[in-house]
Design a protein around this ligand. Structure first.
Ligand code: FE2
Length: 314
């Protein structure tokens, strides 16, 4: 039950959505005309808040054509203060319009009371910061009848004092709050390169049984720093991380490519989606023996809830 007394949707009731894209206005026409090759779309929640009515209509129209999930950027789950209930109320509206299978935001902070930073900012990796994020996450989870996911971010500095490792911090918040994880493998790769650690060892410390969605993206180097720009195709290094973790993701429901700038012809993105499907078909247990290029059935896309393919527990 959530805070409104509505029965919460369980993961078992959500089908595997497949391999999809983040919805971007620049690609709207191309996405709609290639809908048969895109398994689902992710909407940026904030792009539908406080907007003219046509955005509500757009979300509703997209929900007729694609399974949708929601991804926000300004919930600021790590702010040491009360959860912004007005913001959560707007999230709820967008979730209803889009019939979102789940909602997500980032494990970070973007504001403190009265001051907006405008950036996904890392938290100190401490028990105290984790406790704040856990408290806020529980409150947000209770506001929804669909699962709530937190994403690991890219960061370019560590906030002192950081007594926990990044992996310990993420584990603690996800496990103690009871939420699920949106695992961004490009962010793992960026942080590993920029901070000098092994991304495979890092992934081995993630709460992989809580991962519901994966983000993939490509960035570029600037003055020796790998930037999380979502501007290039997904590099082989990041696909290797997907191949590494895929066999250990019993609750995976969706894999998505984030592209935010330097948009290529849609055919290049569609070919990237097929490449991701190949990796999943070879490495992710529920898809073994299935064709690599799959598309959810009409029943799944229309909101019917057939049983999802599942990997063996553990
Ligand atoms: Fe991401």
């Amino acid at each position: 039950m959530n805070a409104d007394g509505k029965r919460s949707v369980t993961l078992d009731e959500i089908p595997f959505l497949g391999v999809g894209l983040g919805f971007r206005q620049d690609l709207k026409g191309a996405m709609l005309s290639n809908a048969h090759r895109i398994d689902f779309l992710e909407l940026v929640t904030d792009q539908y808040m406080d907007k003219p009515p046509f955005k509500e209509e757009e979300a509703k129209a997209l929900a007729e054509q694609f399974p949708l999930v929601m991804h926000g950027v300004d919930l600021s789950i790590g702010t040491d203060g009360p959860v912004d209930r007005e913001y959560v109320g707007k999230m709820q509206k967008v979730a209803a319009w889009s019939r979102a299978r789940w909602v997500s935001d980032h494990l970070c902070f973007t504001r403190v009371p009265g001051v907006s930073i405008g950036n996904l900012t890392p938290l100190a990796f401490t028990e105290e910061a984790a406790a704040v994020a856990i408290r806020n996450t529980r409150e947000v989870m209770a506001a929804f009848d669909v699962p709530f996911l937190l994403e690991n971010i890219s960061y370019y500095f560590r906030v002192p004092p950081s007594r926990l490792s990044e992996a310990e911090f993420i584990q603690c918040v996800i496990r103690e709050s009871g939420c699920y994880m949106l695992l961004d493998l490009a962010n793992v790769q960026n942080n590993a390169i920029n901070n000098g650690y092994d991304p495979f060892a890092f992934l081995n410390q993630m709460p992989l049984d809580r991962v519901v969605q994966i983000h993939l993206a490509g960035g570029y180097y600037h003055q020796g720093i790998l930037l999380d720009t979502h501007s290039h195709r997904v590099p082989t290094d990041v696909l290797d991380l997907l191949a590494h973790v895929a066999p250990r993701l019993p609750n995976l429901k969706a894999v998505m490519i984030e592209r935010d700038q330097e948009f290529p012809p849609i055919e290049e993105l569609l070919e990237e989606l097929d490449q991701v499907r190949e990796v999943l078909a070879s490495r992710w247990t529920p898809l073994h023996g299935r064709p690599a290029v799959t598309r959810p059935s009409g029943a799944e896309r229309g909101g019917g809830v057939p049983s999802a393919p599942r990997a063996p527990a553990g």
